[in-house]
Design a protein around this ligand. Sequence first.
Ligand SMILES: *Cc1c(COP(=O)(O)O)cnc(C)c1O
Length: 390
Amino acid sequence: MSQAGFTAPLRVLLGPGPSDVAPSVLRALSTPTFGHLDPRLVAALDELRAMLRTICATQNEATLAVSGTGTSAMECALVNLIEPGQVVLVAVHGYFGARIAEIAERCGASVIRVEGAWGRASDPERLRAAAHGQHVDLLALVHAETSTGVVQDLAPMRKLADELGAMLAVDAVTSVGCMPVGIDANRVDALWSCSQKGLSCTPGLSPVSFSPRALERIAKRTRKVQSFYLDLQLLLDFWGGAHGYHHTISSNLVCGLHEAARLVIEEGLEARFARHRTQARALAAGLREFGLELLVPEAERLPQLTTVLIPDGVADAQVRGRLLDEFGIEIGGGLGPLKGRIWRIGLMGGGATRRNVLTCLAALKVALAAEGFRVVGDGLEAARASYAAS
Ligand SMILES: *Cc1c(COP(=O)(O)O)cnc(C)c1O
């Protein structure tokens, strides 16, 4: 240990999360710690909930943030909604869909897992067929599948859930703050997210939102939620009710996420979503001009996460290592069946900038050349042309 205290290199975070944290959010995080029952904290929770409702386009009273990362918010939604023996239909076309199925199984559900190709959206018809006309309690899926870069259209899934008599639970961990999630417009019954992707805060506080219908279902549970920490009723009592002690929420994280949410609202949702689309288009234009191929067809592509196929003969780890060591840039590798086959480039929240797109393309060109891959065209010029056209 050095006497100088802990240091870490300064990175440019262009992976699947975390994304870069704005200076004003870092300052808010360093607000001297105060108590979880302090009147200022109680007021901050109210303000934060209101901002989260705006960002997620919902009137849901039961909108709050779980102390934990995105997975804890996923677990919160599922442990509260599911009782043992219930039928849960899960669309699995990537790593995080599989995680939903895994948690639903641990809740004692009878899980119908419908596997789709990694790199494409799930087909509602295949889910309908897999249900075989039986009653389904919950349809659960990932809106923005971060392992593949695919967006799942929610409207047809809501329609399917209605036909099956099911509630709709949506993983929006990577979509909140980057693209519309429309909780109320899509009548989503439970939605979860995180702080460190589209909201560009540090990990540790994860938004969840439940519809009035979901609250009714939870009120009718025949047995207690097995998790004390994630029991929605207890969390609601702390966030919105008597504000009695449930757990020691971190005031630092509340301050940080409060400022991050304020930045989102200050920018304006439409402007922010448009910025993500503009940056993604420029990045895609540059990558394709280099002669690289994208995994996902354009209509199903996420703006905040681009997945690119690693060319034959190019070593995944060498390229990512060089980007990190020489340029301080972090991009993501593939997960599961896509390990070693794709890179995942995130332009999330505050990270979706022209500077990041052009820097990433320039660095990637150098790292590819070191692996003997000669780019075909001028990707930077193609990106700049894309901006000029938009
Ligand atoms: C990142 C991610 C998660 C998990 O979030 P953690 O913060 O890592 O726990 C879940 N679902 C999706 C789609 C994600 O991208």
